[in-house]
Design a protein. Structure first.
Length: 233
């Protein structure tokens, strides 16, 4: 996995830009050479999966045998594929968008609509809640909870900028924003809706915009922010 900003930029620059597509075709394609396009079907119905330009060229070259066609795409000139999550020992819910070159630890949970950008690191047992955004190169420790709609800023440009680094056992409330280069110490709590503009010491609670320390984490706070391991199995 790559985490250095310069190397990530080179990786993205070298990546082949792709526009993957699916084409649903009505027509007689029996006996044709499909080249490198994956094609399934028989009779008068066919499904083609491949690069948009290749599929379009095939369709234009065989218009006389096609009565109807529908082409479906979900990206254009995309530089990076999504992460192959099949081998992860984690729970990935439908609708999560996770780019390549992301590390996700054991027993993590990535909820619906979460977005995790290239170079990010998610520690074991951490939950990224619904619609949270984890920016490029952000580092999140183990057993954290990043609340719904929270934004953890990423940094690729300028490459000299430091990423967000969040320690273990941190809770980031819903819709909170952590700006680039911020460090959040172990066991800290960021209240919902806060905007964090400077480093947060360990075991403190911050709130507001900009966020300020309002108290140390006490027993009452720990009870309110306790994570549930059953959700991470």
């Amino acid at each position: 996995m790559i985490t250095d900003a310069y190397e990530l930029a080179k990786y993205i620059g070298r990546a082949k830009k792709k526009t993957p597509a699916k084409a649903y075709i009505s027509g007689d394609l029996n006996g044709l050479d499909f080249g490198g396009i994956r094609t399934f079907g028989s009779g008068n119905f066919w499904l083609m999966i491949g690069e948009h330009s290749d599929i379009s060229a095939f369709i234009e070259g065989h218009r006389y045998r096609i009565s109807d066609v529908y082409i479906e795409t979900d990206r254009r000139n995309s530089a990076l594929p999504l992460l192959d999550t099949a081998g992860l020992d984690a729970r990935i819910e439908p609708g999560a968008v996770i780019r390549e070159q992301v590390s996700i630890g054991k027993n993590s949970v990535i909820m619906m609509g979460a977005v995790i950008n290239i170079g990010a690191v998610i520690g074991g047992g951490t939950m990224i809640d619904m619609n949270a955004v984890i920016g490029a190169r952000a580092e999140i420790g183990a057993s954290c909870h990043i609340g719904a709609g929270a934004v953890i800023a990423g940094v690729l440009e300028p490459p000299s900028a430091s990423p967000v680094i969040i320690g273990n056992n941190v809770l980031i409330g819903a819709n909170a924003v952590v700006l680039e280069g911020i460090g959040i110490g172990e066991g800290a709590v960021v209240a919902a809706g806060s905007v964090v503009t400077k480093d947060v010491p360990p075991h403190t609670v911050v709130a507001g915009s900009p966020a300020v320390i309002i108290k140390d984490v006490d027993r009452k706070t720990r009870d309110k922010t306790k994570i549930m391991n059953d959700l991470r199995k």
